[in-house]
Design a protein around this ligand. Structure first.
Ligand code: SAM
Ligand code: SF4
Length: 338
């Protein structure tokens, strides 16, 4: 039988009718590389270990939101694979009633050693971030020389049995133009789905400028000039942020996540939990709701459910990047969980 609070707060629908079924969980703010669009180059101050939620605290939070209709989870960070014992967390999360999918976004650096264990633990999907297909450009973006390890991680993921692995590439003017055709070839020849994500104003050093965004539409034109027409792929889940295409000759799948040039906020069904237990209703939210205080202060499941519901009620219609009064969040991407 459902608890009375479940009746009260389920589904997690906001003031604009968006039903929230998707939770992104940051498991750490630490990372083993330093992508310039996300982290500072040096002197990064990470949260002390005791501020970060334990696996048990994360699972308790997930039990509550699953009772309110959340059925998909994605683990992120920071770099989720630097968190010790991550496969154990996956094992705990797939057991939570109502959870149908546990996915992971990773930079792939540590994946070769963990892919098999993650698969065994029940991880359903894997997105691997890779912004360039040559070592030098990769090093320039990430400020680390680990290109070969990422490629090894991608191959290990496939060998471990992951299907439809996605490769995420951030699209930045002045860098990505040279990568588009190689990525098109990669998608066509190797069978990975490549997704281009527009660069968003969430870098730690505050260097983002609108003119540095390479719009998805421009990338699409480059691809079509080289490989022929792209046709829209069926869209089983309208809330997914990416719009996917397949080449007309049937070889290769490409996706576009265009939050800057074509915001998809009206279909957003995502909720976020930061590594230190703050609930956010948007990447660009300026406000957070403190779940850790309840988790550690004897709060009840009902109180947690009420907190999440209140957070959802505070969600704005859109991110407002184009508003003249747009204020970016104080936190950068690695501190929120991308
Ligand atoms: N460390 C993992 C990784 O890189 O895949 C997971 C966390 S990372 C913050 C999640 C995703 O956000 C990555 O695909 C990354 O490329 C993307 N990202 C980070 N900063 C971004 C920005 N300023 N604009 C667009 N995407 C960004
Ligand atoms: Fe690390 Fe991911 Fe941020 Fe790159 S995008 S610095 S891999 S957290």
């Amino acid at each position: 039988m459902n608890a009375p609070w479940q009746e009260r707060y389920r589904p997690l629908v906001d003031r604009f009718g968006r039903v929230h079924t998707n939770l992104r969980i940051a498991v750490t703010d630490r990372c083993n590389i330093r992508c310039f669009y996300c982290m500072p180059a040096d002197d990064v101050v990470f949260r002390p270990r005791e501020e970060i939620l334990s696996f048990e605290e994360i699972v308790r939070f997930v039990r509550v939101v699953a009772a309110l209709g959340v059925n998909k989870l994605r683990l992120t960070g920071g770099e989720p694979l630097v968190r010790q014992g991550l496969p154990q967390l996956v094992r705990m999360l797939v057991e939570v009633p109502g959870i149908e999918e546990v996915a992971l976004t990773t930079n792939g650096v540590l994946l070769a050693g963990l892919a098999h264990e993650l698969k065994q633990a029940g991880l359903t999907r894997l997105n691997i971030s890779l912004d360039a297909l040559d070592r030098e450009t990769f090093r320039r973006i990430t400020r680390r020389d680990v290109y070969d390890r990422v490629l090894e991680g991608i191959r290990a993921a496939r060998a471990a049995g992951f299907q439809r692995i996605r490769i995420n590439a951030v699209a930045i003017r002045g860098i990505t133009e040279q990568q588009v055709v190689p990525f098109g070839r990669f998608a066509r020849e190797e069978g990975y789905e490549v997704r281009f994500i527009e660069y968003m104003p969430l870098d730690a050093e505050n260097h983002w400028e609108r003119r540095r965004v390479l719009p998805g539409e421009e990338i699409r034109r480059i691809l079509e000039a080289e490989f022929g027409p792209l046709e829209p792929a069926p869209r089983p889940d309208p809330s997914q942020p990416a719009v996917d295409y397949v080449f007309a000759d049937g070889r290769g799948r490409i996706g576009f996540i265009n939050p800057v040039s074509e915001p998809f906020c009206h279909e957003c069904n995502r909720l976020r939990l930061t590594a230190e237990g703050q609930v956010r209703n948007c990447l660009f939210s300026l406000q957070e709701w403190d779940a850790r205080a309840l988790l550690r202060g004897g709060g009840s499941d009902e109180q947690l459910a009420a907190l999440v519901y209140e957070c959802i009620q505070g969600k704005k219609p859109g991110h407002g990047i184009d508003d003249p009064n747009f204020l970016r969040p104080q936190r950068a991407m690695y501190q929120i969980g991308g």
